[in-house]
Design a protein around this ligand. Sequence first.
Ligand SMILES: NC(=O)c1ccc[n+]([C@@H]2O[C@H](COP(=O)([O-])OP(=O)(O)OC[C@H]3O[C@@H](n4cnc5c(N)ncnc54)[C@H](O)[C@@H]3O)[C@@H](O)[C@H]2O)c1
Length: 354
Amino acid sequence: MPIWCCAASAPTETHVVSEVVVIMAEPIRVVVTGAAGQIAYSLLYQIASGAVFGPQQPVFLHLLDIAPMMGVLEGVVMELADCALPLLAGVLPTANPEEAFKDVAAAFLVGAMPRKEGMERKDLLAANVRIFKEQGQALDKVARKDVKVLVVGNPANTNALICSKYAPSIPKENFTAMTRLDQNRAQSQLAAKIGVPVKDVKRVIIWGNHSSTQFPDASNAVAIVGGAQKSVSEIINDDAYLKGAFVTTVQKRGAAVIAARKMSSALSAAKAASDHMRDWFLGTEDRWVSMGVVSDGSYGTPRDVVYSFPVTVTNGKWKIVEGLTISDFARQMLDATGKELVEEKQEALDVCKD
Ligand SMILES: NC(=O)c1ccc[n+]([C@@H]2O[C@H](COP(=O)([O-])OP(=O)(O)OC[C@H]3O[C@@H](n4cnc5c(N)ncnc54)[C@H](O)[C@@H]3O)[C@@H](O)[C@H]2O)c1
């Protein structure tokens, strides 16, 4: 019985290699911005090795960074070649957004200006919003209309909103912001507290902004203990922890990594970006995952901001999980992070007018 699989080298041919019939699939074009940066350094390998789009989908990588980083990017291109990855159909390094976004099916928007010493949050937002306005315009002009865009660069939620606003020919559902790192952190904290493998903790939710106002919510979470699924609240039986130390540990985890590593989270951020895009492309079945998506006002959240909700994904389309009970505590948390997003949106729109 022949085995059917795909390879990248000759996209439309079919070869028979002894018992194995190899169908050559068309590669998809995938862009990573900030490609010379530290998150991209981990992320590119994950994409090119098949961890995101599957082991049978070849990829052609477009790598965007700014002109002064082209030398560094050349080194990254050399290393990708040296990995000798069977699914990597080609690499295009560039400093030109229109070249980078041409015909892409997936976009990881990682590149952003880092916060410099003495820089106000407002100044950082202004600098980054301008980048995402320009990239939205370029995506609108040259990307596939079904491109799936994941914004990682901060402030991720508001950058995703601005990017979508300046790409009106692409459905706004196709723009999302990353809160998966926060979800993974929350899941891992609960698994350690309970003493089970991380895969046995499910339905943890990140609501709102990828910032210190985010709400990591364990009230719907379940864990498998001794072969049976139980509510995390019942297992831990410590409301003060779940509303206190658990929430603040997740909110401040990024700062804790910076304090220890002297650099921001990169390995875990790249893994989270891979998780987010893989689930968006390949589906979640009944798993809940948190994604920043354009709010339709669900759960009393402000409309038209990119707000993180629990979603499930089927056939490449996300859907917000419905019917959850929101406690008084959760209400306050959801409202606080929503308020911050409305303020950020207003600041960003003011910048875009200039
Ligand atoms: N959403 C999340 O959970 C999350 C987690 C971690 C980091 N981040 C954010 O991800 C971003 C990248 O982090 P990093 O550690 O890789 O940073 P980094 O500084 O190592 O790399 C950023 C890269 O982006 C490039 N860049 C800057 N402006 C660009 C532009 N206009 N077009 C293309 N490239 C551009 C830089 O030249 C640099 O190579 C930061 O904004 C960081 O705050 C988000």
